[in-house]
Design a protein around this ligand. Sequence first.
Ligand code: ATP
Length: 353
Amino acid sequence: MASVRLVNISRRFPDGSLALSNVSLEVEDREVVTILGPSGCGKSTLLRIIAGLDHPTGGEVWINGRPAAGIPPRSRDVAMVFQSYALYPHMNCYQNLALNLVLKKVPREEIDRRVRETAEMLEIGDLLDKKPRELSGGQRQRIALGRALIRNPQVFLFDEPLSNLDALLRERVRHELKQLFARIQATVIYVTHDQVEATTLADRTVVLDRGVIQQAGTPETLYRMPANTFVASFIGSPAMNLIDARLEAGKLRIGERQIDTGLDASGIFRIGVRPEAIRIADGMPAKVALVENLGARFLIEARVDGVPLMVLADERPAADSLQLQIDPKDIHVFDKESGKNIRSALDSRRIHP
Ligand code: ATP
């Protein structure tokens, strides 16, 4: 069983800054978990702690049912792939791939077999004689991946492995990684600030902000029922519309119209509606302020009585005014102060009375 359990992990640096605060997470055997968050939220620190390259100032890391404290990185049976690839420039690709096994004094024939096997899996057989400087970014990334794979570790840790690649290549390598994860059936913890990477690769995604887990769940759950405004605005593209509005006994007023959210709540709330959940159909009159052509669809900035709403539409609007419809089930209601999703708070109370 290759599982990772984090129990109340905190990391305070000597300068007093708190990079991680009470992070608890269980990653199951063969699960692919992505950790998503903005720059500086503590993603790399968390991975480094799992790898044993850094140490928590509070809490415990368990790997395969055993506490990892005191176990050095090389004995943790985890392999990390870095954004910078971390290849040795003076060695050719064969030597880069073989290095870890050489250090472990694995017999030469077995090293050769595993290098060839790994090279075949990643389709890098023709690069083995080249030095890293003779490779493209995508090829270097593949060698770095090979260095992790060849160790056959229990757990793979990825630290933004695609961020040095251009957009097209990133998409291709992302597909390859997805297939690879399915093939090697490994436990993977993958850190990224890119929501598409996070949700396409993951069984489960953990959203981190300022060292605190905001929500952990399947990509579908994060999209459909974001726990708070941070997750709501971080997941989904174009981003969710968030406006402050008044509810009266659950009825939301936008312009002249009222929409019944079905919630038993009154007061000012932060209301969220995804641009793709707003339909152009008989309903609220709106003015078109701006239209962006996204290729397959159009992003329209509409104004309902001055309230700006982004709308994702299949067609370019035919006139300067249109009508918009929102299904009550697509309205997210968040507490204005805490940012918490009122509906998911109610649901979890219903499930756990
Ligand atoms: P990025 O996506 O930019 O790499 P990240 O989410 O990986 O960011 P970390 O590198 O884990 O973030 O850093 C988390 C926080 O801890 C940041 O605010 C950073 O400035 C701080 N930090 C990291 N290392 C140290 C250190 N050695 N001393 C003090 N503060 C640090």
